[in-house]
Design a protein around this ligand. Structure first.
Ligand code: CTP
Length: 134
């Protein structure tokens, strides 16, 4: 049986933008299979203090349709990261470098890679730009 090296990453991926695309492309290049945990609506409210623009079902559909993504699931809780990594047999955990150091505790079960964020774009900035018109 061929061995596959699964990469896992997490995020909200609301109002999907090029920064999201770039992190997913680079995460996929680190293994044979990419699994993405998409934050539940409730988790997003507790983490970012606002309802996402797109519902979790819509965000799952968008991320799951990308050619680099092999599987998507709903990330219900930040506390379950270790369980998700183990359940998906991930060899590598990828996070944006806004999280540098925060997930080193998982180095006992997988490689942890922090990728540089794409500069000057975020969901927050896009939402603000649309709502203020500037
Ligand atoms: N990301 C990135 N470059 C950006 C924005 C996001 O590489 N410019 C990455 C994050 O580091 C994370 C993933 O995309 O690995 C999902 O990030 P998410 O928090 O959903 O996107 P943001 O645009 O940062 O959202 P917000 O403004 O709501 O915090």
């Amino acid at each position: 049986m061929p061995t596959s090296s699964t990469v896992i990453t997490f995020g909200t991926f609301d109002v999907f933008h090029v920064g999201h695309l770039r992190v997913i492309e680079r995460a996929a290049a680190l293994g044979d299979r990419l699994v993405v945990g998409v934050s539940a609506d409730a988790l997003n409210v507790s983490k970012k203090g606002r309802e996402p623009v797109f519902s979790q079902d819509e965000r799952l559909a968008i991320v799951g349709a990308l050619r680099w993504v092999d599987e998507v699931f709903v990330e219900e809780s930040l506390e379950l990261k270790r369980d998700y990594i183990v359940a998906h047999g991930a060899r590598t955990l990828v996070m944006g470098d806004d999280w540098t150091g925060k997930f080193d505790e998982f180095e006992d079960i997988c490689q942890v890679v922090y990728l540089p964020r794409t500069p000057a774009i975020s969901t927050t900035a896009i939402v603000e730009k649309i709502s203020t018109g500037s």
